[in-house]
Each structure stands twice: as C-alpha cells, then as structure tokens.
Design a protein around this ligand. Structure first.
Ligand SMILES: Nc1ncnc2c1ncn2[C@@H]1O[C@H](COP(=O)(O)OP(=O)(O)OP(=O)(O)O)[C@@H](O)[C@H]1O
Length: 314
C-alpha cells in the first residue's frame, strides 16, 4: 500500500497553477528524495500532503484513506520538518519536546520516555535543559527534528532540513534519516543537495513548474538518459568561437562553461568526442578530455534545464 499518493492534484494561486495535475506515490518504507528548482512547487506539494492547504482538484490519499478536513488519527501519523526551523527559543530543549509531544497527545510516563529517546536519537541529551538560543544552527535543526518525531510518525516529511548547517550536524541528520527508515518510517526528503539524495534516497521525484516530470530509482532515471553522454574538456583558453563550434556539432545538446573547463552534453554514439578534440586542438592547447556516464545531476539538468543549486546558498 502507498503511504501517500496524489492523483491529478491542481493547486492555483490566482492564475498561477503551482501544482499542475500532479501524480505521485510514496511506498511504505521508502526514502523518497524530492528535487526541483526554486519555485517548482515542492513546499506546496508538502503542505497539500499534510492537509495544511486546500487543493483545487484531485485526490490525496494518506495510509489508504482520502485526505479530508480533520482526520486527526491520520495526521498523527505524520511528522513535518518545515523549511524554517520551528522551535521555541524561550523554552529549553526538553520543554520544546514536551510541548510538541503534548500536541500529539502524549503525556505522563510515555511522554517522558519519548523525550529521553528523541533527545538521545538527535544527540542532544546533554543540552536537554538548555535554551535553543545558545544552540548552533545544526543543533537547533536537530531539536526541530526531535520535535517532529516525538510522536513516532509513520511518515516523516522533511523540507530542506540541511540548508545552512554545519557538516557534522548534516551527517548526523542523514544518518538519523537512514536509522528511522531502518525502523520502519517512510520519509519524503526535499533537498537542493544532489549528493544527499544519492546517499540516502531509494527513489527520486523531480518537480518543475508544478509538474512531477520524473520519478523512479536513480538507476532508472539515469538509464532513461543513457542516450546521452557528458564530455568534459579542459583547454588552455576557452573562446566564444570554440563554444559556438561545439554547440553546432550534430547531437550536442548543451555546453556549460566553468572557467577553462567545458561540459558538453551530447547524444551518445554521435562521435563527438573526436570532433570536440579536433576543434579544441585547433583553438589552442587541450589540457584534458574525457566522456562520462550521466549522473543524477545530469538527469536533473537535462529535464529542467537548470542546476539544482543555482540559487540556493550552501
Ligand atoms: N501562498 C502563496 N501565494 C501565492 N503564491 C504562492 C504561495 N505559496 C507559494 N506560491 C508560489 O508557488 C510557487 C511554488 O512555490 P513553492 O514554495 O512550493 O516552491 P518550492 O519548489 O518549494 O521552492 P524552493 O525550492 O524555493 O523552496 C512559487 O512561484 C511561489 O511563489
């Protein structure tokens, strides 16, 4: 059974269709990586899934049931880590957890036990009685995650949980996500970091302009693009003439420049490696050239025409 599914979902803000006939499914026990350029509709999809906004048409099912107004029993099975960190700075870490646990109906010994377990899980036992005011960004995010899993949700939705935090906390979060999955939690994980998706996701959803434009395992998505190859060329000097000459070769789909390096996406089997080498030799010195199999980053670039991280800060 799908833990969450959207069929033909449309959500408009004014004339703008932010979700434009979206179909998607999250299977039990998966970590699904949700990727998309800024403004693709990822957060809107998440808010619709959690019942935080109403959609204009289409159906949403959670745990096999149609999402409707209240559904407290179903909503209790979901944990949401929002894009902005949502913790109370005037409360200690423990008090934050007690507050969020209380919202989900936990109390007494059970609440106490879950507070201890989640503090340990996110590595904040020693900070239990401290205010998050004194925490680093990574520690605040870990507390935020603890608050979202205090009720042991079956589906955890995380909206860019690692933006702007230190590498140690980021690794901690990625490991925690994998541990939660091994304990049976299903996870929808949004990020602008391709390497995170590659490290933890069993399946990927790619959104652009309100559409889910691809979904599948990383291997499946890459295989579907097997008709393309990536040629990396480094030359002494990149000129506009060289770029233009490469762009005009049959089968070349795109040329990206970064300093003295060019990355060329070309139809596989078009024989462009040799042609590009000849053009580059004629234009000056060649430092290196080689052809790669496409990666998830290439899948994203080919499908959306954009770099995943073009407007986000590290
Ligand atoms: N409440 C709203 N009113 C009007 N427009 C909105 C509203 N919420 C979102 N939008 C618009 O919907 C589009 C999708 O926004 P959304 O936040 O879902 O994108 P996203 O993929 O999560 O982007 P990012 O990666 O930047 O977080 C954007 O053009 C945004 O401006």
């Amino acid at each position: 059974m799908a833990v969450a599914a959207m069929s033909d979902i449309v959500k408009r803000y004014g004339d703008h269709r932010v979700l434009d006939h979206v179909n998607m499914e999250i299977g039990e026990g998966e970590i699904v990586g949700l990727l998309g350029p800024n403004g693709a509709g990822k957060t809107t999809m998440i808010h619709a899934l959690c019942g935080l906004i109403r959609v204009d048409s289409g159906t949403i099912k959670l745990f096999g049931e149609h999402l409707s107004g209240t559904m407290l029993d179903i909503k209790r099975k979901i944990g949401l880590v929002t894009q902005e960190i949502t913790v109370f700075e005037d409360l200690t870490a423990r008090e934050n957890l007690a507050f969020f646990g209380g919202i989900y109906g936990l109390k007494g010994a059970e609440l106490k036990r879950r507070i201890a377990e989640t503090l340990e899980f996110v590595g904040l036992e020693k900070q239990a009685n401290k205010s998050p005011k004194k925490f680093s960004g990574g520690m605040k995010r870990r507390l935020n995650i603890a608050c979202s899993i205090i009720h042991d949700p079956k589906l955890l939705i995380m909206d860019e949980p690692t933006v702007g935090i230190d590498p140690q906390s980021r690794n901690h979060i990625l490991e925690s996500v994998q541990t939660l999955q091994s304990r049976g939690t299903t996870i929808l994980y949004t990020t602008h970091y391709m390497e995170e998706v590659q490290a933890i996701a069993s399946r990927v959803l790619i959104m652009d302009q309100g559409h889910v434009i691809a979904q599948g395992s990383i291997e499946e998505l890459v295989r579907n693009l097997h008709h393309e190859e990536k040629i990396k060329l480094e030359v002494m000097e990149v000129t506009d003439d060289l770029i233009r000459a490469i762009e005009q070769l049959g089968g070349v789909k795109r040329v990206n420049r970064s300093g003295s390096k060019l990355q060329i996406i070309s139809q596989a089997g078009a024989g462009n490696l040799d042609r590009i080498l000849s053009l580059a030799k004629r234009a000056g010195g060649v430092i290196s050239i080689h052809a790669d199999q496409p990666s998830l980053e290439d899948v994203f670039l080919t499908l959306t025409g954009k770099q995943l991280r073009d407007t986000k800060e590290d």
